[in-house]
Design a binder for this molecule. Structure first.
Ligand SMILES: [Zn+2]
Length: 119
């Protein structure tokens, strides 16, 4: 038998107890990290208005997908920048210039589209 701390009232509780003797909480042993995340999700709208929570959430998802989609580009640029310091097989340089061409064409197209939409 050991003693743990209640996550609700921080009182000392035996790990074999069914509920906290100080505050009566039954989930006094709940994992501290998950209870923190749960608390943020549950009470986040008290600190940020709900639409803002949505904007923050979707921005994080879009940023995550954006980073994943750009991994080949980041690797290709790194290969190009280290060309003089590291000698890699020629096929890798062919791949990196091909990847960079595709991404640059893609970003120029997106940029043109945005300019046409905005002005
Ligand atoms: Zn308690």
């Amino acid at each position: 038998m050991s003693i743990t701390e209640c996550i609700e009232c921080n009182g000392k509780v035996s790990t074999t107890a069914k509920a906290c003797p100080h505050c009566g909480a039954e989930d006094y042993k709940e994992n501290a990290y998950f209870s923190f995340v749960y608390n943020v999700v549950e009470n986040g709208s008290k600190y940020f208005p709900a639409p803002m929570m949505g904007v923050i959430g979707y921005t994080m998802i879009v940023a995550y997908i954006w980073v994943l989609l750009n991994i080949p580009f980041i690797v290709a640029v790194a290969v190009e920048f280290t060309k003089e310091a590291v000698a890699l097989p020629n096929v890798i340089y062919k791949w990196s210039s091909w990847v960079i061409d595709i991404y640059v064409d893609f970003y120029i197209a997106i940029y043109d589209l945005l300019l046409k939409m905005l002005f």
